[in-house]
Design a protein around this ligand. Sequence first.
Ligand code: BDR
Ligand code: CA
Length: 314
Amino acid sequence: MARRIIIDTDPGQDDALAMLLAFGASDQLDLLGITCVAGNVPLELTTRNALLICELAGRTDVPVFAGCDRPMVRDLVTAEDVHGKTGLDGPDWDAPTMELQTRHAVDWLVDTLLTADDGEITLCPVGPLTNVAMALVREPAIAPKIAEIVLMGGGYFKGGNITPAAEFNSYVDPHAADVVYRSGIPIVAMPLDVTHEALMPKAWIASIGALGTDVGSKTEAMLSFYERYDLEHYGDAGGPLHDPATIAYLLSPELYSGKHVYVAIETQSELTMGMTVVDWWGAKRNEPNCMWMTEVDAEGFFALIYEALAKLPA
Ligand code: BDR
Ligand code: CA
């Protein structure tokens, strides 16, 4: 039976790839809906971008909801320097014609989870954790309904990418990350530690363009735009493709390895705000709250995405 999932997202080109990977694997993943949050760009654009990606994949049947337009406590920080002004710079896009759902994403999350069986639904947040944390705060009874939270965020061994200490998603809403990490729900984290172990080969990006479909050419244009920032920052080896790691793990968990650890979020210090403090050696003897991934079979990861995109309609 296909695994029932919800993607919570702030597209973002790498968010778009997470969605496309899930669409291409619809025989294994039953995507119940997409909830959008402010992050890479403001909410109005992340919702527009989610609609564009559904349309690109021919999946206008998947409901898209707008959620929180700012973090729980702090002001919104965005990342146009990475993703461009629209968040999805690269290809030319027409305005989406698919309609956004009218309900607030947090309301839909709460209702959908409340009516589910225990452990029925897996959440895949690939942006700041605001929507997920708000839903948990509003209705704690949803917690047992969630099988696990497979998220992209954080960084420990490889430090941060928005500050020396913090990764973007946990920096933008550290209070939400704190709620999620203290929720008791099983968490699988795809931090920078693992996403920087799979850098996009140029030939792989070109092979996606060569698929000859609209999905292929738009994806090539998105990734070529997206990777220019990383190449400037991290050198010529290629840019990491963060968010699809969550979906790749659901499809092929054997690609990944890591360790069960206790993770706490810094919410006080401006210097290290949003840092994911990983107790790798169990120094505090806390019960682990997270599977923290550090290694990936990069070749397998890129092959998986290629195969999924190749299945999407022309
Ligand atoms: C994360 O931040 C965003 O810019 C990406 O979409 C990804 O979710 C990487 O730090
Ligand atoms: Ca993202």
